[in-house]
Design a protein. Structure first.
Length: 221
């Protein structure tokens, strides 16, 4: 697990490493992705943001949480890097990931902003099945602590955004529970939860429902 270097002095136990792109990013600046896809992402990002599942760590000065929807084949549209602080988003805050190479740890994307630092993890999940049409990644201390090793959970030694995380999701996919319920906890990525679905509605709804069940104070729209 890597700590954020800039925070190592202030947060001795910080292991939240959101926001750092660990793959080789081949980004081409270009127009906003297809609005039919970004509008769905904008719609479903909103309740996640309101529930505090997507947002910004003020002390760490880094955003957290990201969501994506499949475009064609392996391509998908994902929230751009460093957009977690935004209350609302528009097309200019999204990137189209056109290709990924897990073994070379490389992500190709285009759009007004570079793809989220977690694009590699999203790509690995889409590669599991054509049925997966949306991926939502949120942060929640409460859900992470409550459901780690209760829901399907990735190995604690594996950090986000790495080829090893791709292998972890392949392992989880072999379990009926992840296939059926679409929820997983990333033990090696503090506060990290992943939800998948056949639509954004399903993927976002699953994690919102989990949050609603847990605290009763967060949205479940
Ligand atoms: Zn994360």
């Amino acid at each position: 697990m890597l700590a954020i270097p800039m925070c190592s002095g202030r947060h001795s136990a910080v292991t939240i490493d959101e926001g750092y792109i660990k793959y080789v990013s081949r980004w081409t600046e270009g127009p906003a992705p297809d609005p039919r896809l970004t509008e769905g992402l904008e719609t479903w990002r909103r309740p996640l943001y309101e529930a505090g599942l997507v947002g910004y760590y003020e002390d760490l000065k880094v955003g957290f949480g990201n969501l994506s929807v499949r475009a064609n084949g392996p391509a998908f549209v994902i929230t751009g890097t460093q957009t977690g602080h935004l209350e609302t988003t528009s097309g200019i805050h999204y990137a189209l990931v056109t290709k990924t190479d897990v073994t070379r740890n490389t992500v190709w994307s285009s759009g007004p902003v570079e793809a989220s630092s977690e694009a590699m993890t999203h790509a690995a999940i889409y590669a599991l099945s054509d049925a997966i049409q949306a991926v939502v990644h949120v942060h929640s201390r409460e859900l992470w602590e409550r459901y780690r090793n209760v829901l399907p959970t990735t190995d604690a030694r594996v950090a986000y955004g790495t080829p090893a995380m791709a292998a972890e999701f392949t392992r989880l996919w072999s379990q009926h529970r992840f296939r059926n319920d679409g929820l997983a906890v990333m033990a090696g990525h503090e506060e990290g939860i992943v939800s998948i679905g056949t639509s954004l509605r399903e993927a976002a709804g699953r994690v919102l429902a989990l949050a609603g069940q847990s605290s009763g104070s967060t949205g479940s729209r």
